[in-house]
Design a protein around this ligand. Structure first.
Ligand code: 6R9
Length: 558
């Protein structure tokens, strides 16, 4: 390699295999709690090479795009690294997305190939088949079996027969590494492009300094790999640092993995913290949390009540809480308190300080830079940094218009911020038409785009929501002469929204049961009576997410 070349998969794998081959790289916390799987650096390298060879055998070349549609699991991580190893560009699509959303993201490119897994409760393969029918350019679909369930197969590859050596492609630092789609204020989602060296450097350095990560620590980031947080802080940052990273197949709303896996840094969204808070202190205190050293928050503002509870109850007032502000566009954390600078004060509900190399600026509506403290303005960044997205795939004009033209000379984040009298930054929310539901970005235009025969016009706005941070409120004008009941229309629209955006069903996927398998009817009854905060003793409850899902489903019906 010369100065401008590198191999990302060598940095994340081979380097560590030379020094500590048997060190655990991934702990896969499966959907069946307590059945975690550990994968060492040597095993991850072998899996990555086998997959790299499989992809090559299927005709995937340097620069080709590969879509990965899988929940967090070692094979998904190895698929990302295998693309990097052979110089292909990966696009991970969140496995909760519908076939339509998946097809939109596939169609944006030219040559590509898909990887997927056969579903458990959720039939991912069916979604893929539907999406692929709408994308004639897809050359191959590779399927991995996650469960014993029979899945209609178009292709199943015998990957394990491949060689465990796969020569890493030497890449230029500005070559494409991955595309990741995110909602914007107008039109279809944007495929943000991240490149090799700068992105890897930035995720590794922020992972080390923001979380105060040390060799031997176990890092638990609960984000799905389909989001940027999963890319940067489940996969690339921790692996580049030779760390041990936990892959959560489903979001844990219970603190038990912290005790069982001895997690040292825990990183999640405020929504989950607000939800946990409702179960009360006892629920958390029952578990040993002495392994915890740093607590992180990401994706949306964390309100003071949730922050205090996270700090005092979850972290026993001894673990710094880092409220980290950043975006798909920024590649890694840009504003955050830094616990690795001991003695620096940390205030509740504030992202506080720019990371090394980030120079934030606040601008007013006329484009003037606000230099004093105690002011609010549009949050911009005045210099390029290694992790920033380079362009929008196939649409550089849109990249310039969205980020660089609104405030010439600055990168515009789309967020507003307040600079306190002490010079700390506090995020105040989006300035554009993007709403943030449970830490996930949703373009209001995407929702308004949903066509229904009875609807003439619609407008979507965000409103404050106790648990999710924000909810979506939809105003609808009906076409003249439409005769449809409010209830029916509202149900049809909810179904359309969930199909187009989330692919979820309006019906719960499971019922709350005791560990011995009995349905907890008293819990269901309380939810239906709107008494979700009085659920009583839940010690025998097997799966807290089942309750959460039903509470959410009930709220949607109200
Ligand atoms: C990493 C991620 C980015 C948007 C961002 C902002 C909001 C993220 C935040 C936060 C307040 C924080 N956001 N972190 N708001 N405090 N600590 O979430 O990326 O999905 O692209 O969302 O999320 O509005 O602009 P992404």
């Amino acid at each position: 390699c010369n100065d401008s070349q590198s191999s990302l998969s060598v940095n994340c794998l081979d380097r560590h295999v030379h020094t500590a081959p048997n060190k655990v790289a991934l702990i896969w916390e499966k959907d069946e709690p307590g059945k975690e799987v550990r994968v060492t650096y040597r095993e991850l390298l072998e899996l990555t090479c086998r997959l790299g060879n499989t992809l090559k055998r299927q005709g995937v070349k340097r620069g080709d795009r590969v879509t990965i549609y899988m929940p967090p699991c070692p094979l998904a991580v190895a698929s990302m690294l295998a693309c990097a190893r052979i110089g292909a560009v990966h696009t991970v699509v969140f496995a909760g997305f519908s076939s339509e959303a998946l097809a939109d993201r596939i169609r944006d490119g030219k040559r590509l190939l898909q990887t997927d897994r056969g579903g458990k409760v959720i039939e991912l393969k069916q979604t893929v088949d539907q999406a692929v029918r709408a994308c004639p350019l897809v050359k191959r679909v590779l399927v991995s079996m996650r469960t014993e369930q029979k899945v209609p197969m178009s292709e199943l590859h015998e990957m394990m027969k491949e060689d465990v050596c796969c020569e890493p492609a030497v890449m230029e630092s500005e070559d494409l590494l991955f595309l990741l789609y995110t909602s914007g204020s107008t039109g279809k989602p944007k495929g943000l492009v991240h490149s090799q060296a700068g992105y890897l450097l930035y995720t590794a350095i922020t992972h080390k300094y923001v979380f105060d990560y040390h060799d031997g620590d176990i890092f638990g980031c609960v984000a799905d790999i389909g989001w940027i947080t999963g890319h940067s802080y489940v996969v690339y940052g921790p692996l580049c640092n030779g760390g041990t990273t936990v892959l959560f197949e489903s979001t844990p709303v219970y603190p038990n993995p912290v005790e069982r896996l001895r997690i040292n840094q825990f990183y999640g969204a405020p929504t989950a913290i607000r939800l946990l808070l409702r179960y009360g202190d006892e629920w958390v205190k029952r578990y040993d949390r002495s392994s915890l050293k740093t607590l992180g928050s990401v994706g949306e503002p964390i309100n003071t009540e949730a922050w205090e509870w996270y700090f005092n109850v979850v972290g026993d007032a001894r673990c710094p809480v880092v409220d980290t502000w950043w975006q798909t566009e920024t590649g890694g954390i840009c504003i955050s308190p830094r616990p690795s600078s001991p003695g620096d004060e940390i205030l509740p509900g504030m992202a506080m300080r720019p990371f090394f190399g980030i120079s934030p600026a606040l601008l007013d509506d006329k484009g003037n830079i606000l230099t004093q403290n105690n002011v609010s303005g549009a949050l911009c960044i005045s210099q390029a940094w290694p992790g920033m997205a380079r362009t929008i795939y196939n649409d550089h004009k849109r990249f310039l218009e969205t980020y660089l033209m609104p405030y010439p000379g600055f990168f515009f984040t789309g967020d507003g911020a307040y600079r306190t009298s002490q010079g700390y930054y506090q995020l105040t929310g989006r300035l554009d038409d993007v709403i943030n539901v449970s830490g996930h970005r949703l373009g209001t235009a995407e929702l308004e785009d949903i066509v229904h025969r009875a609807v003439a016009e619609s407008a979507v706005i965000g409103f404050p929501h106790e648990i999710k941070g924000e909810g979506a409120y939809v105003f609808i004008v009906l076409k003249k002469g439409t005769d449809v009941s409010q209830e029916r229309l509202s149900n049809e629209l909810k179904e359309l929204v969930s199909k187009k955006i989330h692919g979820g069903s309006p019906f719960p996927t499971r019922l709350p049961k005791t560990r011995s398998g009995k349905i907890m009817r008293r819990v269901l009854k309380k939810i239906v009576e709107d008494k979700a905060d009085e659920l009583g003793d839940l010690t025998t409850l097997d799966d807290h997410e089942a309750v959460e899902e039903i509470i959410e489903g009930h709220k949607r019906l109200l």
